[in-house]
Design a protein around this ligand. Structure first.
Ligand SMILES: O=C(O)CCCC[C@@H]1SC[C@@H]2NC(=O)N[C@@H]21
Length: 369
């Protein structure tokens, strides 16, 4: 069950996931990934791979102890990447685990990978196994058949999209809602970085507050953050869907590169996600040590809203009439809402009314002192 907290677009799961510490899991000799035909037809295949021997050891523990579960209790077949048939695969539709690991240069995030060719939702895998997975673990899928978008929407997840979720832990609840902005920023910077390093034209991927990614006026990606609170910590599952190579349902990054006359060496999911974690780890550490303010300038350069004029709805005192006023967006408030100014200079905080899919429809304002 989900409820929306008072923080912007930050969903929190009421039922905490079962907790099983990795310290309790024993190592065991390498087992080959053997599954019967019946199992492989009905169960979700999860392939585990670590960046180093440490994470590979943890992966082996998770497999041996059957520690990974799906939320609906449906069967799972867990293999190690080293034992998997897809290990040396060079097919575009199959996530290239080795290519991802080779481009990853983090010390915490993305180092334990749970890959699946097809599953319900990467988000459910990380949220449901939060306690079992080392922090920063990531689940990637080629296709999702029950992808979760915000407000209980379905997230279409066909081939060609980068679909992943990973885990973060935070202690200070006041800044938890801001972490989704750090995630968005790390993704836009990752795309810039990969384009630049490969001599591609730069793509103007922008953030539409609070957590959509837009390119040329169309949505190409979205971010979903959910959290549970346990033992004085916020366990955050962050999920990203980014349309890299499939024009449906809107457009994709590679189509934009083609429109710019660049058809060779298209963007690959593995490069983008590795660049994402390389950026995210740096931004995450800045965010925790210096606050979101240290990232704000870059964030405002990347979002679509500086100086945007938006309509806010206000009820009169007897609450029987609604009037509309225009305000100008100035930035973010410390709690992560929109900071705006009226034409006569009053500063206010804008909140979505909770009814509209588009956050910019039905904004309500709260006066700030
Ligand atoms: O509604 C939105 O804009 C957020 C969409 C987030 C989708 C991603 S795809 C990977 C991860 N797994 C899910 O089920 N959802 C997120």
């Amino acid at each position: 069950m989900l409820f929306v907290t008072s923080s912007p677009r930050f969903l929190s799961l009421i039922k905490p996931p079962p907790f099983l510490s990795l310290h309790n899991l024993g190592f065991s000799p390498k087992n080959l990934c053997l599954s019967t035909k019946m199992e492989s037809e009905s169960s979700t295949k999860l392939v585990l791979c670590g960046k180093s021997d440490v994470e590979d050891g943890l992966a082996r523990c998770l497999k041996t102890n059957n520690a990974l579960k799906l939320p609906d209790g449906s069967p799972v077949t867990v293999c190690l990447h080293s034992e998997s048939e897809s290990a040396g695969n060079d097919n575009d539709d199959v996530f290239r685990v080795n290519s991802y690991m080779n481009s990853l240069s983090t010390s915490r995030f993305g180092r334990l990978l749970v890959y699946s060719p097809r599953l319900a939702s990467t988000h459910d895998v990380v949220a449901n196994n939060f306690g079992e997975l080392p922090l920063g673990s990531v689940c990637v899928a080629d296709v999702q058949f029950k992808g979760r978008g915000r407000s209980k929407n379905v997230w279409e997840s066909p081939k060609g999209c980068l679909l992943f979720s990973f885990t973060i832990q935070m202690e200070d609840g006041r800044v938890v809602p801001l972490v989704q902005y750090v995630v968005s920023l790390a993704m836009t910077e990752a795309v810039n970085d990969v384009c630049q390093r490969n001599g591609m034209p730069s793509l103007d991927v922008r953030i539409k507050w609070p957590n959509d990614l837009y390119l040329d006026g169309l949505k190409v990606g979205g971010i979903l953050c959910t959290s549970t609170y346990k033992s004085k910590r916020f366990n955050i599952s962050a999920g990203i869907g980014l349309n890299i190579d499939n024009q449906k349902p809107t457009t994709c990054l590679n189509a934009a590169l083609q429109r710019l006359g660049y058809a060779a060496n298209q963007l690959q999911r593995e490069d983008i996600i590795a660049a994402f974690f390389n950026k995210f780890e740096v931004f995450h550490d800045i965010f925790l040590s210096q606050g979101f303010q240290a990232l704000e300038n870059l964030y405002y350069k990347t979002w679509l809203h500086s100086g945007q004029r938006v309509i806010v709805q206000e009820k009169n005192e007897s609450e029987d009439q609604v009037s509309e006023n225009v305000v100008t967006v100035q930035g973010l408030t410390p709690s992560g809402y929109l900071l705006a100014a009226t034409d006569d200079g009053q500063i206010c905080e804008l909140h979505p009314d909770g009814n509209s899919f588009d956050f910019f429809q039905g904004l309500v304002r709260r006066k700030l002192a």
